[in-house]
Ligand binder design. Structure first.
Ligand SMILES: Cc1cc2nc3c(=O)[nH]c(=O)nc-3n(C[C@H](O)[C@H](O)[C@H](O)COP(=O)(O)OP(=O)(O)OC[C@H]3O[C@@H](n4cnc5c(N)ncnc54)[C@H](O)[C@@H]3O)c2cc1C
Length: 556
């Protein structure tokens, strides 16, 4: 609970902000904030090498453990053909350009292939000897037909920012990377419908839409690297799902290539189309297991001219829930994001980067609220009433409000850079969970107590665990439980699994809210899906991919 003097100070701060609130002055300007976070999926976290701990730099791909070694129970399925020079020649003739085929047969291309073999977390590493980069849907079709005819296994790959090991091979599966398919095909300003190749980078699509006064209905920390096809394949949720909903709603059409080479042209631009099964939905969250998405059509909202971002310190998780309830009540249609960060996650950003955080005092919890609307005066009035209420009612203890685009980005980076900063000490055990909001943070406390009681948490090298933190998309009841560690450790794993999954099942939650299953969560699907549902999924997989060439060893 905030002390009355603290509250009074906070209220005075709010009342000193003329540029933001014309009728009541301001909460502290972010010009005092020296910290400028920067999240980019291309700057990799510092992950451990194959032998254990690493400090001070990302593990070179070649020092990483192979997935086939860390998952010894996985055996290469002998039904798949071995890639040979004849296959490589076929692909070289098909794709023409030298750079479209990277192979380890005609020349030593190990260094060029490694980035396609290893994932963003430096946790999964495959053995592929062949990477293909098709430039058109027809080329994807010919590649898959050939692979299907020759029983060659394939891994579709976008920006390779996935967090469950789904985008890299386990053994020698061929990587089909979509990066050369990066054209915006059309945009209609009246309807707001964008049609684009699957390999367009999310940020590129959003920048293009910004020029046309629209916004991509998805935003996430990896936007500078992930591709919109990868977003579809993982059914990415991200930072604005609260406002714009899931891709299951905003994607209007999909062009995809089935494993036998059939081009499924369902690039509809219709919002309403009740003519039979909605098959495109199977590709949203399909993680490359039934085909390769090559194009999408998506409904994009108008870009809001008025955007505000506020960052609060709160004394308890109960206060966070109250703040969320009030935000929904009072900001309703202009609320575009409500994010939760615990104090420990913010402290670790500070420890990892040495930078100053936005608020002077420390709090056990922080929330970030974004509003976006079409009328600045209207939004400011609503926000002002909301801010006054949450401060006066002692729901929040302190807060800052961004006053320009740079400050908006600075505040957002307090949330977006957590994932990257937690990798600073070595490895991170990551859980991406859907839970009832009321008990979401109890899990973080329970896991921290469990690991502490097991003697695994501490400040020195003797303890593998640095801390246990929770953050996430509170507006979507989506918790990211992260355990930053100095090294991956079997004892830590034993404490975490199946404990976390059983805990989530006990609350009827989901073991994967938005990152998908990949290889990391595959063994645990039963905690969130019934036998009947798994059987139906397997039937769909067998129907579309009877030879099982698409992204094997993962998903279901
Ligand atoms: C810093 C950071 C922040 C993140 N934040 C979020 C977040 O807020 N919300 C969220 O949901 N995720 C988040 N992620 C996870 C990740 O960025 C998303 O899952 C993203 O959608 C993956 O896109 P990608 O192009 O990198 O796909 P990849 O990683 O290349 O692939 C992911 C999966 O999709 C398949 N795939 C890729 N492209 C295609 C295609 N064209 N056709 C068929 N299958 C394909 C792959 O086989 C793989 O199974 C974050 C990741 C990072 C590194």
């Amino acid at each position: 609970m905030a002390s009355s003097s603290r509250l009074a100070l906070s209220l005075r701060r709010i009342r000193r902000c003329p540029s933001t609130f014309p009728r009541t002055p301001r909460i502290p300007s972010l010009t005092q904030v020296r910290w400028t976070g920067n999240t980019s999926a291309t700057s990799e976290p510092h992950q451990p090498n194959g032998k254990g701990g690493v400090q001070g730099g990302p593990t070179p791909a070649k020092a990483m453990q192979f997935t086939s070694d860390s998952y010894p129970e996985l055996k290469r399925d002998s039904k798949y053909g071995q890639i040979n020079k004849e296959h490589v020649k076929f692909f070289q003739d098909l794709l023409g350009s030298e750079s479209a085929v990277i192979n380890d047969f005609s020349s030593d291309a190990t260094d060029d292939i490694e980035p396609f073999n290893s994932d963003w977390m430096r946790k999964y590493r495959g053995h592929t000897k062949l990477v293909l980069k098709p430039g058109s849907t027809e080329e994807v079709s010919k590649i898959l037909k050939y692979c299907n005819d020759n029983m060659l296994a394939v891994v579709p790959q976008g920006g390779n920012t996935g967090l469950v090991g789904g985008s890299v091979p386990v053994f020698d599966e061929i990587v089909v990377n979509l990066q050369r398919m990066n054209n915006i095909r059309s945009f209609d300003e009246v309807s707001g419908i964008l049609v684009a190749d699957a390999g367009v980078i999310l940020e590129v699509a959003d920048n293009y839409l910004a020029e046309n006064n629209h916004i991509f209905p998805l935003d996430l920390g990896a936007k500078g690297s992930c591709q919109i096809g990868g977003n579809i394949a993982t059914n990415a949720g991200g930072l604005r799902l609260l406002r714009y909903g899931s891709l299951h709603g905003s994607v209007l059409g999909i062009e995809a290539v089935l494993p036998d080479g059939t081009i499924m042209d369902d690039l509809s631009k219709l919002r309403k189309n009740n003519t039979g099964y909605d098959i495109k939905q199977l590709f949203i969250g399909g993680e490359g297991t039934i085909g390769i998405v090559t194009g999408i059509s998506i409904l994009c909202p108008q870009r809001s001219p008025a955007m505000n971002v506020a960052y609060f310190g709160l004394e308890s998780y109960e206060k966070c829930q109250e703040a969320f309830r009030e935000a929904k009540n009072q900001l309703s249609e202009i609320l575009s994001a409500f994010e939760l960060m615990d104090g420990r996650s913010q402290k670790l950003i500070n420890k990892a980067t040495g930078k100053k955080m936005p608020l002077e005092s420390e709090y056990p919890f922080y929330c970030l609220i974004e509003t976006s609307g079409s009328n600045t005066d209207h939004d400011n009035e609503k926000l002002q009433t909301f801010l006054e209420h949450v401060m006066e009612a002692s729901i929040v203890s302190d807060g800052v409000l961004a006053q320009d685009q740079t400050q908006i980005q600075e505040l957002w980076s307090c949330r977006e850079s957590i994932s990257e900063c937690l990798g600073h000490w070595g490895g991170v055990y990551k859980y991406d969970l859907s839970l009832p909001i009321s008990s979401m943070y109890d899990l973080v406390n329970d896991v921290r107590n469990r690991l502490t009681e097991a003697g695994l948490v501490g400040d020195d090298e003797l303890h593998p665990v640095v801390d246990v933190v929770g953050y996430g998309h509170m507006g979507d009841a989506n918790l990211h439980l992260n355990i930053p560690t100095r090294r991956y450790d079997k004892e830590v794993e034993k404490q975490l699994e199946p404990f976390v999954y059983e805990w989530v099942k006990g609350k009827n939650g989901s073991i994967s809210a938005e990152h998908g299953l990949g290889i990391a969560k595959k063994p645990f699907i039963r905690y969130s899906r019934s036998e009947t549902m798994i059987k139906l999924m397997k039937q769909i997989k067998d129907l579309y991919d009877p030879n099982g060439i698409m992204n094997p060893y993962k998903y279901i």
